[in-house]
Design a protein around this ligand. Sequence first.
Ligand code: SF4
Ligand code: ZN
Ligand code: ZN
Length: 315
Amino acid sequence: MVVCSRCSRRKAVMEQRYSALSLCKNCFLELFEKRVKKANRDFGLLRRGDRIAVAVSGGKDSAAMLYSLNGLSKKIGEIELMPVLVDEGIVGYRNLAMEKAGELCELLDLSLEVRSFKKEWGLSLDEMIKKRNEKELKEGACTYCGVFRKWVLNKAARELEANKVAIGHNADDFAQTFLMNLMRNEPERLKRFGPLSGIEEQELFVRRIKPLIYCLEKECALYAELKGIPYYVGECPYSGEAFRGIVKNFLNEAENKYPGVKYNILSSFLSIKKELSAGNKSESSEKRKPLICEKCGHHSSSKICKACEFLEDLA
Ligand code: SF4
Ligand code: ZN
Ligand code: ZN
């Protein structure tokens, strides 16, 4: 029997190759929650009085996030969590995942707010992709999905009068996004991407927090598993279209051979981000002021927001 390297008492249930530790269930769960607390401390994510729209999908990451935030927000006090699920309309996937999200909310005694692409624009993602194929447009399903989901989530958060939106991006997601930005030569995007984005005074775009930044994807799954949290295991039928999938496989392979690679990339990202932020402090508030989309009246970085641009293409 392999014994836990922390408490030296209980049987280890997992091996952390990057830290050369074997951990028992209790020590692992404690460590996971400590990482969420550390993210909160390092980036000032949660505050008393917050009303947080928590983006849930039914998957392991958002399930682990909602569960751990539920515990942490009770400890901090005076924080309201409002789980929001955006149903993109992916038959055989999101409908099944939604059931799990409903079960988790019931378990935590939270009410689940469901929004959908179909209700918003009369088209599900499946229907949009059909149109995309007919029109021979080039965007990947995940590009549409990401832009529309962000739009719906922000709208829901504003309507719920949330001051923050919590997103279940884990350490793997951060490492992937950082590498993808480098590969696409889009360093500018890094300025807007991080564990805490948006600005407090900005009413149109609700601030986004990412409390799982220090938690690896497979550790989120293990946390959900060991806590008995309901989550959906299946894969989205469009995931094969994503560039992210290639980067994800590459990183998994690299981590396998050189344990610690993902955290090293995350650390590099945070150091670069710090430098960029320091440079940004000199920018005037006018420069940071976002535009308002002429079509939908939502937050935008150009005259017409990306969601409206895509809807026009698909019409
Ligand atoms: Fe959306 Fe792509 Fe994720 Fe599927 S894999 S839910 S299409 S972002
Ligand atoms: Zn232990
Ligand atoms: Zn718009």
